[in-house]
Structure formats: C-alpha cells, structure tokens
Design a binder for this molecule. Sequence first.
Ligand SMILES: NC(=O)N[C@@H](CC(=O)O)C(=O)O
Ligand SMILES: [Zn+2]
Ligand SMILES: [Zn+2]
Length: 432
Amino acid sequence: MLIRGGDVLGQGVQDVLVVDSTIAAVGPDAADEAPQGAQRLDAAGMVVLPGLVDLHTHLREPGREDAETVESGSQAAALGGFTAVLAMANTTPVTDTAEVAETVWDLGRRAGYVDVHPVGAVTKGLAGEELAELGLMARSRARVRVFSDDGRCVDDPRLMRRALEYVRVFDGVISQHSQDPRLADGVACCHEGELSGRLGLAGWPAVAEETIVARDVMLAKHTGSRVHVAHVSTAGSVEVLRWAKAQGIDVTAEVTPHHLMLTQDLLTGYDPTFKVNPPLRPAEDAQALREALADGTIDAVATDHAPHARQDKEHAFVDAAFGMLGLETALPVVSTLMVQEGRMSWTDVARAMSTTPARIARLTDQGQGIRAGAPANLTLVDPDRRVTVDRARSRSLSRNNPWHGRELTGAVHLTMLRGRVTAREGLVWGEQ
Ligand SMILES: NC(=O)N[C@@H](CC(=O)O)C(=O)O
Ligand SMILES: [Zn+2]
Ligand SMILES: [Zn+2]
C-alpha cells in the first residue's frame, strides 16, 4: 500500500510505501518503488504517526468479561490508534504466573487487532506479601518485561527493593501505583482538600502519592534498576521526578489524558463516572502535568483504560468502582489539549505515545518510528476533524466514559498493524 501525501510526524509531506508487514520506503521516491497494482491511500491533510503504544490498559479478561474482553478492548484500542497495549495484571485470576500471562498473550494474538502484552503482577495475588513468579513470566512466551500490582501500591519497601533487584536481571521494570495506603483512609474516593471537605467525601492527600514516588526513585538509585511511575497526578510528584532525572536515576513516568485535562471540580455533581484512582486533582496539578509532559519530565501518555460494568459503577459516589474509559479518546484529547493549544508538536506526540512507551516496555516490534525497514505500525490522524464523544458508540463493553458529550479536535482515521489495516473510519478489521 502506498500512503500518499500525508504529513509524516508533522514534519512535512512524504509518501510512505508499505510492503507486506514492513515500511519499504519513505519520501519522494516511495511512489517509484511501489509495485504494479499497489493499493493507494490518499492521506492529504492527515498526519502520519507510528502506531501508538499504551503502557496501561485494563482488559478485564480473564474474570470480568462482562466489563471488557481482550477482543473488545483490542478493538477499542485499534480504533484509538493503538497497535500495542500493556494489559494490567489485576484480573481474576491475577496475572501472576507464566500460564496466565501466556493465556492473555494468546487471546491478544487470536483477536489480532493490537499486540497485547500482559503485565505481570509483582506480588502473588496482588496481596503485597510474596513476590510472584517474575522470572518465569519473563521467560514465558509472553516475554513479560513490565510488572505491576496496579490497583494497589507495592507499599512494603523491602518487597519493592527485592522486586527491583529481581527484574534488573532481565531488564524489566516495575510500574508502581504510587499511593501509600497508610496515608489515606480506606473509604477515600477523591482528592483531599477544601473541596473534599465541602462535598463530605474522604480524600487522599497528594502526599500519599508523592512519598511513594520519592521512596521509589531512591530505591531505583540504590538497586540500579528501573522504576516507572504509573498515572502521575500531582505537581509534587512532578518535582520529585524532575529532581530524580537530574540525578541520573533511571525513572520514567506516565500521565493519563484525564489527569491532563479533567479536574476535581467535576465531582460537584457526585457523578461516579469521574471517580478514578488516583483522583482528579485541582487545576494547578493538571497544569503542572501538562508542562511536565511537554518538557519531557513525564515520558509518556498512558490511558489507564479502566472499564467497569454498570452494576459496579452506577452507585452512590462512595460505593462506585474507580476508573474510566480511555482507549478511544486518548489521541483526540492529546490532540486537543496539547497539539491544538501549541504545547506539543506531532513529533512530540509520537515520542510520548509510541517510541518512548515501546522503549520503556522493551517491546521489540513497536515504537520504531516511520522509517524504511521498521514494522508497518502506523496511525493516520485527521488533525482538524471535530468529534463529539458519544459513549454509546464505544467498542468497549463498558460505558464509564468521562468524555461523553465533549467536542474534541483530532480523530484517528486509520490504524495499521504490521501492514494490516486494523481500524478505519470507525470500523475494525473484518468489518471494512
Ligand atoms: N484507575 C482506576 O481507577 N482503576 C483501575 C486500577 C488502577 O489503575 O489503579 C481499575 O482496575 O479499575
Ligand atoms: Zn493504578
Ligand atoms: Zn490502572
């Protein structure tokens, strides 16, 4: 397929020739190299990005196939411009063995829309007591490199130290859900501050996140291992990261689209759609996150796509499950908030949503950019298209969509995984 006239990485119009599963040529001569009868795709007005990689997705299978399956989540991912997702371990059973990791990996292959890389649990059953089979998961067919107890914090410093030492052997990384459970009330469900008092809700203080981030960067320094901070949400965490990076500590961090754009003020209606962990924060935090993403202190955007079935989400605010959808809206939110408003270029977006997350997860078949010889993982974005988000049109099996009714600018037009079109104009592979 010859992709004609697209703006590659926002750096200028180039043709891109894809032959089989590989990018064969990029540039003015690509058309000359196209074989007879090659399919042509007019990409005028589109931005061509490398396939997006999500470091943080909850696919809910095995165990909660009513909320999401590998197949439904993979379809949502492809429609969102992703070619790979890291599937979190908080399933039932937990992904804490090579067998479960291989099951998830195989389900992803069978679905075929995106590469599904299982994240391994750090501790058995996410219980925070005993290390899981990290080495066996790493050596399994699923080649696990990212480990996380996400949903829970590995709060025992001794266990965190051991985990960091262990994964260093195979160049793995611990993705930490940074939240000291001892600094937050068990029923906390929003940001602790003046607003939580007014709403009568128990909150988490920002410091519950920041102390864990600070501790973990020191443990990374001590062990010479890699730590990744999942869903950074406070200005104080950003300051710690900035300091740690200046010291040369091997730490990376991700931010979600919702922590970039949404703030705690949405909670005044007590709508559980906006209940998420970590909680939506004050506007000053969101502002600090935007700046940190733009200047590279925060390395990546990750969705934390967290589907929940109606019976778990539609409750009084305090009783509802934590989490919100994100796969289909991540690129449009980043486009609207960061690109349209001049904070990031499309090259920066490619770095934060493809190249860097692929490197953090040590993926071998993703994030290699748009150059001859790289796997043909591509996302075509229509940067000026305005879309009003409609939760009813999501491919996710769940409806906890915090973007419902919002108008966003920038839409995914087409996604290609190793030369195969997996999504195009709202339809997935097989429907086109
Ligand atoms: N983000 C959330 O609010 N929920 C996540 C867990 C998590 O990411 O911590 C989930 O699994 O539902
Ligand atoms: Zn988490
Ligand atoms: Zn999560």
